[in-house]
Design a protein around this ligand. Structure first.
Ligand code: 6PG
Length: 253
């Protein structure tokens, strides 16, 4: 049990390879159940550096996975062309989508070529409503894969805003500095509606913020507000776990 009454499981692995192998098995398990129950597996994936190795491992499995029944959305996106080195969809396409036989119609990038980030967010909302046949409900993803920034952000929900208020929005935009790019992101209520949320966090640089999220439930950190209706799992390596209670702490936490 985590702070604030949230239940989440924490699985610690020796390193990135063990963690990604475990995640691939989890992906297969959740996909199998989703397809048995609803005929399709609908997942939302994050960008950044950490999940690359997972997407590369998934690509190695090729046709062992049911790509024709799998629909891939993005958790968030930087407002840059897909060809830009910082594009989440561009990274996902290179590491996974171009290497497996997933039908193009099953790939649902966040539109980055709209006249403004806010228009892009509204367009993405429209895609979500159409795909999930929604009126006022939230989309329910079978799996949402999240990362964790050193500042406690997840998706593109950054500290400094109150994301806990359900405004009814499914996707919003964030105007950031040029280095981080303007962002488009699923909202917290959408993330918290998922059947399964898996955080993937590796590296010593994430140890302190991970302790604030997992053990302190620091509500100033957007990642601490992720309390899905379904299952919540942190897949972390020893380095990222090094500030958690009972771990061999190296250096200050
Ligand atoms: C993004 C991600 C973001 C990411 C964290 C961690 O667009 O960057 O969605 O939320 O998960 O910033 O990023 P790293 O995995 O690169 O540390």
């Amino acid at each position: 049990m985590l702070q604030g009454g949230r239940y989440a499981k924490v699985s610690v692995f020796g390193g990135e390879k063990e963690a990604s192998d475990f995640l691939v098995r989890k992906w297969e398990e959740i996909a199998r159940v989703a397809i048995q129950e609803r005929g399709i597996f609908v997942v939302a994936l994050s960008g950044g550096k950490t999940p690359r190795v997972i997407y590369e491992r998934l690509a190695e499995l090729k046709e062992q996975l049911p790509w024709n029944r799998t629909h891939i959305f993005l958790v968030d996106e930087r407002v840059v062309p897909f060809s830009h080195r910082d594009s989440n969809y561009g990274m996902l396409a290179k590491t996974l989508l171009e290497k497996v036989s997933i039908p193009p119609d099953n790939c649902h990038p966040i539109p980055v070529d709209a006249p403004s980030p806010e228009v892009a967010a509204r367009e993405y909302e429209g895609k979500l409503r159409a795909f999930f046949h929604l009126s006022t409900e939230k989309p329910v993803f079978d799996l949402i894969l999240l990362g964790l920034g050193e500042d406690g952000h997840t998706a593109s929900l950054f500290p400094g805003e109150d994301f806990s208020v359900d405004t009814g929005r499914l996707a919003t935009s964030a105007i950031l500095d040029a280095e981080r790019h303007n962002r488009l992101t699923l909202t917290l209520p959408v993330i918290n509606s998922a059947r399964n949320v898996v955080f993937v966090v590796t590296g010593r640089n994430k140890a302190r913020v991970l302790r604030r999220v997992i053990e302190e439930g620091d509500s100033a950190l957007p990642a601490s507000l992720v309390r899905p209706i379904g299952y919540c799992l942190f897949v972390i390596d020893e380095e990222a776990a090094s500030c958690l209670s009972g771990r061999k702490t190296r250096g200050e936490c």
